[in-house]
Design a protein around this ligand. Structure first.
Ligand code: GRF
Length: 215
């Protein structure tokens, strides 16, 4: 059975969506730990309430990124996961850390990458006047918010949208594509081909696509 470690920094709604999907769909994969860099991350409570071991490695206790990443890596590797899932983990990771998990670490970013990497993506989208916005699940590479794309969801940008309206519309779709992408990984259906990710068909033969258009 494949094992997954999820990293969070805050409310952890994506982590929650993944945990719920794993239970509801009876995945043959297990979430073996939820780790936060902040003790006050509210998502820790949900994880503990579902019997998932939790841990906190407080980033503020480490003077350098290298020291923090080394401590985090040691903690993660103690669980020997097949997959590391970044779910609202608000840290820039060092290249050695990212390289250690190359091909086995996923992230979700709240924009249609390669548009709007970085922070405040919904504000960026409104300012740019795009009519479609969304979220992207991708493999993590040392280049921030880049990396081979596993799945994307797109949503409309409406005339009077506030940042919050747009964030809520995108988040709803994050909760659809992230559990799906994680499940595909645990089923061994994702193949990296250079910058591209190929999704192999399910054993059931039911067709699945790596994009959601929530219009
Ligand atoms: C999500 O919008 C995710 O795309 C971004 O940070 C937010 C985390 O939300 N990386 P949550 O902690 O999963 O609720």
């Amino acid at each position: 059975m494949r094992s997954i470690v999820i990293l969070i920094s805050g409310r952890g709604s994506n982590m929650e969506a993944i945990v719920r999907a794993a239970l509801a769909e009876r995945w043959s994969a297990r979430i073996v730990a939820v780790i936060s860099n902040r003790a006050d991350a509210s998502g820790l409570e949900f994880a503990a309430g579902h019997g998932i071991p939790t841990a906190v490695i407080p980033s503020k206790d480490y003077p350098t990124r290298d020291q923090f990443d080394a401590a985090l890596r040691e903690k993660i590797d103690g669980y020997a996961p097949d997959l590391v899932v970044l779910a609202g983990f608000m840290r820039i990771l060092t290249t050695p850390f990212v390289d250690h998990y190359r091909g086995r670490m996923l992230n979700i970013h709240p924009s249609l990458l390669p548009s709007f990497p970085g922070l405040a993506t919904h504000r960026q989208a409104l300012a740019a006047g795009v009519k479609l916005h969304g979220a992207t699940v991708h493999f993590v590479t040392p280049d921030l918010d880049h990396g081979p794309i596993v799945a994307q969801a797109c949503v409309p940008v409406l005339e009077d949208d506030s940042e919050e309206d747009l964030a809520a519309r995108v988040l709803e779709q994050e909760h659809v594509i992230y559990p799906r992408a994680v499940r595909w990984f645990t089923e061994g259906r994702l193949a990296l081909e250079g910058a591209r990710v190929r999704l192999a068909p399910a054993a059931t033969g039911v067709p699945e696509v790596a994009s959601v258009i929530a219009i």
